[in-house]
Write a protein that binds this ligand. Structure first.
Ligand code: SF4
Length: 352
């Protein structure tokens, strides 16, 4: 839905006044969930701020609120809509906040890959999808004995998957899949890429871990040259990166951690430390502001355009309409998809 001009032309301060007033009017009926990559003027109004695992858990817990407004990207709001109660309403302030990586693996493509690989190995294969995927792909994993994971629990979910069967196919992020498998000791030679545009099942015959050829442009933007430049400029700096970065960048850094893991990593460094962070710029800048006793710098500037679609003006409109009983950009998932996607999500939440 296009934002009405009366809202599009609001200043940030005017939008904030609308948001405050609507929040006061809606009271406990409303919960606003905000992702760490949102801009500060959105995070300021979040009842909970977290990464996708933390927000999934929250969505499953906040049963008293009638309305959940999700300030993040589309697949996260879908997950909230699947985990919340049947009478709760989930809204996203801008429908165009769509994660490009989630669109890199469709259910249809997954079915083709599955058919080709099970023709090779029979049922000795478990599908695992990163939370950054659409509900129908999650449902595919649920239907075939698989699970969802987030960057915070990818290794744990993979361990579980390998305890079920001999091989894993991991959607849609090649890099999170590879980094997590390497961390578990899977040899690099047994990790192979499935390219949906040029599938070659025979070339994967010896693979144990099949990673989908998808990526996050925000995190693959960081290079080993960025790491070297930070080491030259700040020889004592620690470098921590998100596991959606390439394996080369992860290997050259001091640590790889999920979004919430990065928050803890910075918090736990001693005063006076210097840390360079390879993740979305809004989180890096917030961590710099929250840790004034440390030097916190970006490994390089990298912004998620999808997250940035959520503006204070759009949030103000969503909430004002809600006070009038009208739902803007309601997020719903068909029941048939929800049933199996929830199965995959429940397997993850049980492990976490
Ligand atoms: S940071 Fe990357 S994976 Fe996360 S929402 Fe943005 S594009 Fe998608």
């Amino acid at each position: 839905m296009k934002l009405p001009q009366a809202y599009a032309s609001l200043s940030e301060q005017q939008a904030a006044e609308h948001i405050r007033a609507a929040k006061a009017a809606l009271g406990p009926d409303l919960v606003i969930l905000t992702h760490h990559y949102q801009r500060d003027s959105i995070v300021a109004f979040g009842d909970f701020v977290g990464d996708s695992l933390e927000l999934s858990r929250r969505a499953a817990q906040v049963r008293d609120a009638r309305y959940i407004v999700f300030c993040g990207v589309d697949f996260m709001a879908e997950t909230a809509a699947m985990l919340c109660g049947p009478k709760q309403v989930v809204l996203i302030p801008d429908r165009t906040a769509m994660c490009p990586m989630a669109a890199m693996a469709t259910r249809q493509q997954a079915v083709l890959a599955w058919d080709a690989l099970t023709a090779l190995w029979g049922d000795d294969l478990v599908p695992v999808t990163y939370q950054n995927s659409y509900a129908d792909l999650k449902a595919f994993c649920g239907e075939h004995g698989g699970a969802v994971c987030t960057s915070a629990n990818a290794q744990k979910v993979l361990q579980w998957a390998f305890s079920q069967r001999g091989r894993v196919i991991f959607f849609p992020d090649e890099h999170l899949g590879r980094n997590s498998a390497l961390a578990l000791g899977v040899p690099a030679s047994q990790i192979r890429v499935w390219d949906p545009d040029a599938p070659d099942p025979q070339a994967l015959r010896d693979a144990r871990m099949i990673v989908w050829k998808g990526f996050c442009h925000v995190h693959t933007r960081f290079t080993t040259a960025d790491v070297d430049a930070i080491r030259a400029r700040y020889p004592d700096a620690k470098i921590v990166v998100h596991p959606e970065c390439t394996a080369e960048v992860v290997a050259r850094s001091d640590a790889a951690a999920s979004t919430s893991g990065i928050v803890r990593y910075v918090r736990d460094l001693p005063a006076g430390a210097t840390v360079a962070i390879g993740t979305e710029i809004h989180l890096v800048e917030r961590l710099a502001a929250q840790n004034p006793d440390k030097t916190v710098v970006p490994l390089a500037r990298s912004q998620c355009g999808a997250m940035y679609r959520i503006t204070p003006q759009a949030l103000a409109y969503t909430l004002d309409e809600l006070t009038q009983g009208r739902f803007v950009n309601r997020v719903r998932v068909p029941k048939t998809i929800q049933k199996w996607a929830n199965k995959a999500l429940e397997r993850m939440l049980a492990l976490a």
